[in-house]
Write a protein that binds this ligand. Structure first.
Ligand code: CS2
Length: 498
C-alpha cells in the first residue's frame, strides 16, 4: 500500500521552504494544504532540508508524502498534507537553493531554520561577521548559511529581472521579519559595493519580509510512533510527524507576489503580529524553558511529567503572571486567562511525550529571545524577576554545572552550541555568582542590557548555588516565595494609594 494525500497536490511550486524539519511539515504545510484545497493556486512547496538526507530520501521514497499525527490524551488522528512538489538537501546543492530563489515561479521563501540558523551575534543582534560560514559565503563560494543563501538568491533574482518576492520567517524570534531583512541587508552591504548594490535596490523595491508568529508543539518522532501511524494508515510511513491538536499562525499581510489563502487553515492575518509574537515567545516559550530545566534537574524526561510536579507548576504560574504577562500587550480578541489555561493543558498533554531535553536544547539562542526584555522591564519597575533568574540558573546548572555537580541524564542530553564555552567557564568558577557574572557580563550571553545588572546577576548566582548545593526543590521554593512576597507588597502598595 502507498500513502495517499488528503487532497490533490498543486501542480506547480510557488513556495521555497528552507528547513524541511518536523515543525514545517506539521504547521505551514498543513495550512498550505488547507489553502490549496479551499482556493487552489500554484502553491506547491519545494522543501529544502539544511543538511540531513533522512527526510528528503524518505519523502522521495514515499511520493513526497508523509502523515501528521495529531495526538491528544484521548485520540490520534492522521492527515496527509500532500503539498510538496520537490525536496532536496541545501548543503549538498547550495547553488540549487540560489537558483530556486531566483526563479520567478517562486513567490514566497519561507523559513524554519531555528533560532540558531540566522547567523547573528547574540550580543549585538547584527550579522555575525566573525562566523566562518558567513565569511566564506561573503567570500563568494556557493553559500551555506541561510542568510547567505537568501542574499545570493536575491542577487540572482535581481539579475534575472524576476518577479517580486516575500521572505517569511516562521521561527521563534521577535520581529522575525524585520530581523531577517536586517541580516540579509547587512550581508549585501558587507559585499563590495558593485556586487551588492543591485540586490539592495531589488530588496527595497520588490521584496517584503512579513513577520509571523507560529505555534504548535511538535515533539521528535519515535520508532513507536512510526509503527503506530503505519498501522493506522495502512501503509508504511517512515517520517510521520507527531503534533498537538492546538495550532496557531498569526501573519502580517504584506506579500509582494501573492500568498496562499492560509486563513482557510485558521491563520490570522493581523497588524498585531508583534503582540502575538511577544505573547507566544514569552508566555509559552519562556515558561517552556523554565519547565524544561527544572524538570530535567528533577530527573524528569518529559514536559507533561515536569508540569505535573506541583512546585514546577507553581513556578510556571508565577513566571507567567508576575514576570511575562506584565511585559506584553495582549492582541485584540485574545482572552489572556483562556490562553494561559490552554498553555497548562498543552504542556500537560501526556500522550505527546515532549521531552525536557528537546525544549532545553539550544538555550543559549532560545533564552536570548525569551528573557532579557521581560527581565529588564521588571528590573526597571524595581522588581526582581525571580523566576526568570531561576530559568537562567536552571539552564546554567544543566549545561554548565559547577565542579562536582551532576545535573543528570536529561540535562546531559541537551545540545547547545555554547555548551563547551560555558562548561569551560563553569569549570574554574568558585561559585554561582562568579559563573553568572562570567556568562551574563563577560560573555553577554543575554545581550548588553542585562550584562550590567548586578542585582540580577547575584540573584542568578545564588539560585545556581541553591540548586547545586541544596537541590532544585529548594531553589524553586525560594524563587516562588520571593516572587509572591514581591507581588503582595505591590498589591498592598497599590491599596495604600489614595
Ligand atoms: C519549545 C518550542 O523547544 C522549544 O524551545 O519551546 O519548540 C515550542 O514547542 C514551540 O514553539 C511551540 O509552538
Amino acid at each position: 500500500m502507498t500513502i495517499i494525500a488528503d487532497h490533490p497536490r498543486p501542480e506547480r511550486a510557488g513556495i521555497l521552504h528552507l528547513g524541511l524539519g518536523s515543525f514545517h511539515r506539521a504547521h505551514q504545510a498543513v495550512y498550505t494544504a488547507a489553502a490549496v484545497s479551499a482556493s487552489g493556486g500554484d502553491w506547491g512547496i519545494v522543501g529544502v532540508a539544511s543538511r540531513s538526507r533522512r527526510v528528503v530520501d524518505a519523502m522521495h521514497a514515499q511520493g513526497l508524502l508523509y502523515s501528521v499525527a495529531t495526538i491528544s490524551p484521548d485520540s490520534t488522528s492522521l492527515t496527509v498534507p500532500g503539498v510538496h512538489t520537490d525536496a532536496f538537501v541545501g548543503a549538498e546543492q547550495p547553488d540549487r537553493v540560489v537558483a530556486r530563489i531566483a526563479d520567478s515561479g517562486i513567490r514566497i521563501v519561507t523559513l524554519t531554520v531555528t533560532e540558531n540558523g540566522y547567523s547573528y551575534s547574540a550580543a549585538t543582534q547584527h550579522l555575525d561577521l566573525d562566523d566562518a560560514t558567513v565569511r566564506a559565503d561573503l567570500g563568494g563560494g556557493a553559500p551555506h548559511s541561510t542568510i547567505g543563501q537568501l542574499a545570493r538568491g536575491l542577487q540572482a533574482r535581481a539579475a534575472a529581472g524576476a518577479a517580486p518576492l516575500s521572505v517569511l520567517s516562521c521561527d521563534n524570534l521577535s520581529a522575525n521579519g524585520a530581523h531577517t531583512e536586517k541580516l540579509v541587508r547587512e550581508f549585501l552591504q558587507a559585499l563590495p559595493h558593485a556586487e551588492g548594490a543591485d540586490a539592495l535596490t531589488f530588496l527595497d523595491q520588490a521584496v517584503t519580509f512579513p513577520s509571523s508568529m507560529v505555534d504548535r508543539i511538535v515533539p521528535a518522532t519515535t520508532p513507536e510512533l512510526r509503527d503506530r501511524v503505519s498501522a493506522l494508515l495502512g501503509a508504511r510511513d517512515e517520517i510521520p510527524v507527531p503534533a498537538e491538536p492546538f495550532t496557531m499562525w498569526a501573519i502580517e499581510d504584506r506579500f509582494a507576489g501573492g500568498r496562499p489563502a492560509w486563513e482557510a487553515g485558521g491563520a490570522v492575518f493581523t497588524s498585531e503580529v508583534g503582540r502575538y509574537e511577544q505573547m507566544k515567545v514569552r508566555l509559552l516559550n519562556g515558561t517552556h524553558s523554565l519547565i524544561a530545566y527544572l524538570g530535567a534537574l528533577r530527573g524528569v524526561a518529559t514536559i507533561p511529567d515536569a508540569i505535573g510536579l506541583d512546585d514546577v507548576a507553581s513556578a510556571a504560574l508565577s513566571v507567567l503572571r508576575s514576570e511575562y504577562e506584565p511585559s506584553i500587550e495582549v492582541p485584540a480578541g485574545v482572552d489572556i486567562r483562556e490562553y494561559e489555561t490552554q498553555l497548562f493543558e498543552r504542556w500537560g498533554n501526556s500522550a505527546l511525550g515532549h521531552r525536557t531535553s528537546q525544549v532545553g536544547t539550544d538555550g543559549s539562542v532560545k533564552l536570548r529571545q525569551r528573557i532579557p526584555e521581560p527581565a529588564m522591564q521588571a528590573l526597571d519597575r524595581g522588581e526582581m524577576p525571580h523566576l526568570i533568574a531561576l530559568t537562567v540558573a536552571g539552564y546554567l546548572s544543566c549545561i554548565a554545572p559547577l565542579p562536582g555537580f551532576d545535573p543528570g541524564p536529561h540535562a546531559e542530553a541537551m545540545t547547545d552550541a555554547a555548551r563547551e564555552r560555558l562548561a569551560a567557564l563553569a569549570a574554574t568558577a568558585r561559585n554561582g555568582r562568579e559563573l553568572a557574572r562570567r556568562v551574563i557580563t563577560d560573555l553577554q550571553l543575554f545581550g548588553h542590557e542585562l550584562a550590567g545588572h548586578d542585582a540580577f546577576i547575584a540573584r542568578v548566582g545564588d539560585l545556581i548555588d541553591t540548586i547545586q548545593r541544596q537541590g532544585v526543590g529548594s531553589a524553586i521554593a525560594d524563587a516562588v516565595a520571593a516572587s509572591q512576597a514581591t507581588t503582595s507588597s505591590l498589591i498592598s502598595a497599590k491599596e495604600m494609594q489614595p
